[in-house]
Design a protein around this ligand. Structure first.
Ligand code: SDX
Length: 425
């Protein structure tokens, strides 16, 4: 028998369907409440499922993250970023032939057209890299627009391949612009992460010279960031996509949402926070600031809307952090300070009671700093990793009937009143 929930509205009992997922909480379908003259209210969507999806599953209490059913720990250990991109887009791990065809397609789309490259001349050298990424990604909508048919699954797949291929090139160009250096052309003979690092840190005319250790760590960082269910930036991409907007513009909207320090901008904010704390002896002072309800200071890289246990990505990131710093022979006092901060926070009642644990951003910044990525580029790296997730959700939404996203509100403004002429005010 189908499950249902009853709600009493002004004395009338209304039956609402309860839907079960393959994993996770049941959901109550409240669609018919408008007909009963009421809306639901859920600022921040804490208790609201916005859609059905088959891509990623998170169990926040158990610290579980699955890409199409595969645990993130196993993918981080056994897979690579492009294979995980295929998995997120197609729903299954690729055969060798499927993988080869996918990689070949990505390699065929690495280049950026001249009109988009020329856009970079309009940015100050000091422009924040995320501002450039928002703009240059949106500019792709100007290039790929006239013959775009988003109702054609093959064209949607082409959009996905183009974005997965071109975002790293735009990211590397963004870094080069910030350094006042010449752009380095993509090299299809290199792996995905090697090519990004070559375009970013390579010198014009020089042969690629990328550390395998760093390339492996970079690829793992991309993979760990590839998707995360209906987070703020993915929900932004879905909302923009629900209007039928150009998908490159939808991804640019996702990049804008990711930029915020409460979301993808947290990795940059962690390093700024550690620099602000300055010395391990001051950790207690800042823990107290974080606990003070009147102080806006937060421990960046801590807490999560869904995880009320360890973020499984943070655990993998911490292990990768130790391995990369050891292999590079980097003894970064910030890592030591971060570990002390984590230990103190995890033993503090305030954090324990609120189930605040390190999230994916807590350690990623320390690895990126060790690799030589400047802090201002950290969220660009997150953008690069998250692009396959964003476009997989966009494609999933457009693969079935969908409605334009149009929330309602609880109106607390003025009741109807008549206009007052200026002379009478
Ligand atoms: C990402 O959604 C996703 O999946 C995002 C992401 C992804 O992969 O897409 O996982 C990536 O965005 C990770 C999160 C990165 N952000 C940060 O690290 C910024 C620091 N964290 C906080 O801003 C906060 O934890 C959020 C924004 C992440 C979550 O905020 P919520 O769910 O709205 O929780 P809340 O603000 O209501 O906090 C609940 C309580 C509050 O205290 P009380 O009012 O109950 O007394 O916990 C406190 C908060 O003040 N709290 C913190 C804290 N985070 C929450 N206190 C100190 N330091 C913190 N970091």
């Amino acid at each position: 028998m189908a499950k249902s929930a009853q709600i009493n509205i002004n004395g009338k009992t209304v039956d609402l369907p309860v839907l079960e997922g393959t994993e996770g909480p049941d959901v109550i379908d409240v669609g018919k409440l408008t007909a009963e003259g009421v809306f639901t209210l859920d600022p921040g969507f804490v208790s609201t499922a916005s859609c059905e999806s088959r891509i990623t599953y998170i169990d926040g209490d158990k610290g579980i993250l699955l890409y199409r059913g595969y645990p993130i720990e196993e993918l981080a250990a056994e897979s690579n970023h492009l294979e995980s991109c295929y998995l997120l887009l197609e729903g299954e791990l690729p055969t060798q032939q499927q993988n080869d065809e996918f990689v070949s397609s990505i390699k065929s789309h690495l280049n950026i057209d001249a009109s988009t490259s020329n856009l970079y001349n309009g940015f100050q050298q000091s422009a924040h890299p995320m501002a450039i990424m928002c703009s240059s990604t949106a500019a792709l909508a100007g290039v790929y627009h006239d013959d775009l048919d988003i109702d054609d699954p093959d064209q949607r797949k082409l959009v996905a391949h183009r974005l997965i291929a071109k975002i790293p090139t735009l990211a590397a160009m963004t870094y080069k612009h910030s350094q006042g250096e010449e752009f380095i052309a993509p090299d299809p003979d290199l792996s995905y992460a090697e090519n990004f690092l070559h375009m970013t840190f390579g010198k014009a005319g020089a042969e690629p010279n990328v550390s395998p250790t760093i390339a492996k760590a970079m690829d793992k960082i991309f993979l760990l960031h590839a998707d995360h269910e209906q987070n703020a930036s993915t929900s932004t991409v879905r909302m923009a996509g629900s209007t039928g907007a150009n998908p490159y513009a939808c991804i640019a909207a996702g990049i804008a949402a990711l930029w915020g320090p409460a979301h993808g901008g947290a990795n940059e904010a962690v390093l700024s926070m550690l620099a602000q704390i300055g010395d391990a002896s001051r950790i207690g002072e800042y823990i107290d600031k974080a606990k003070d309800p009147d102080d806006p200071f937060r421990i960046m890289g801590f807490g999560h809307r869904v995880y009320k246990n360890f973020d499984p990505r943070a655990k993998v990131m911490q292990e990768t952090c130790h391995a990369v710093l050891a292999e590079l022979g980097v003894d970064d006092p910030l890592l030591e300070m971060a570990q002390q901060l984590e230990k103190i926070a995890l033993e503090d009642e305030y954090f324990v009671k609120r189930k605040l644990y390190p999230n994916v951003d807590f350690y990623s910044g320390i690895i990126l700093k060790a690799i030589g990525i400047p802090t201002s580029m950290f969220t660009v790296i997150f953008t690069l990793g998250r692009t396959p997730g964003w476009i997989a959700h966009w494609d999933e939404m457009l693969s079935a009937p969908y409605k334009i996203g149009r929330p309602r509100q609880l109106y607390l403004g003025e009741k109807r009143r008549s206009f007052v002429a200026l002379a009478d005010r």
